[in-house]
Write a protein of this length. Structure first.
Length: 239
């Protein structure tokens, strides 16, 4: 009786935490359009204002657009019939014990690539920030920098609200959620840097904030990479 009760509770938990695939695709598509569109605006303003923090944030959002596209494709591929998706040989591979659950296999790999992408982004931003700290620019247009970062924060806040639902129980959505969360943190950093440049004339703040944001991104990416590797290892152990 006790075992039956535990099994029922387990099944109820899974059912409760199951996320509708179509709803997930809609979440990812909206976030992709918002981030991808605004990344272009950030890049243009970053180049004209000579703000490394804003340029880095634009690159961050562009890379996140690729990551969100990857997550969206993984979700769509996981839901399509294998007969229409793969050749006979690949279908046999997917049906092996290496990937007993196609949805989990596709989405775990997408989450892993998302995490690795964040690590690369963090290292690039950190390197550029160190270079900027050594040779700060002579001038930075702080007002366009501030306004653009403020709009970016609003865009990312909308995406955070959109992707938060289900991110605790879906590794793929969690990867996408961490991307937009890191974007929001980056925007806050750019806002602080713009205020420091405008009020205190601390031109080095642009590079300092960029370096801090790189650390925040790395801190969020490492657990995602580790968790994805662990899940893949568990799948291999089932062979």
């Amino acid at each position: 009786m006790h075992q039956h009760s535990a099994d029922c509770h387990h099944l109820h938990t899974i059912a409760t935490h199951t996320i509708d695939p179509q709803a997930k695709q809609t979440q990812l598509a909206i976030a992709l359009l918002l981030i991808g569109g605004f990344a272009i605006a950030e890049l243009i303003v970053g180049l004209t204002s000579d703000s490394l923090a804003l340029i880095a944030e634009a690159g961050h959002m562009a890379a996140d657009s690729v990551a969100l596209l990857l997550a969206l494709l993984a979700t769509r591929l996981a839901q399509r019939p294998k007969q229409s998706l793969l050749s006979d040989s690949l279908t046999d591979i997917v049906a092996t014990p290496l990937a007993p659950q196609p949805v989990a296999a596709w989405e775990t790999w997408a989450a892993l690539l998302n995490g690795l992408g964040l690590v690369v982004i963090a290292l690039w931003i950190g390197w550029e920030a160190l270079q900027r700290l050594q040779t700060p620019p002579e001038t930075i247009a702080s007002l366009p920098m501030l306004l653009t970062a403020g709009i970016g924060l609003a865009v990312n806040s909308a995406n955070i609200a959109l992707l938060h639902r289900g991110s605790d129980h879906d590794l793929n959505l969690r990867g996408a959620f961490l991307h937009v969360l890191a974007d929001a943190i980056s925007c806050i950093g750019v806002i602080l840097a713009a205020i420091a440049v405008a009020t205190l004339h601390w031109l080095w703040a642009d590079g300092a904030i960029s370096l801090f944001v790189a650390g925040i991104i790395l801190f969020g990416a490492v657990p995602l990479v580790v968790q994805s590797f662990k899940r893949l290892a568990r799948e291999r152990a089932k062979e």
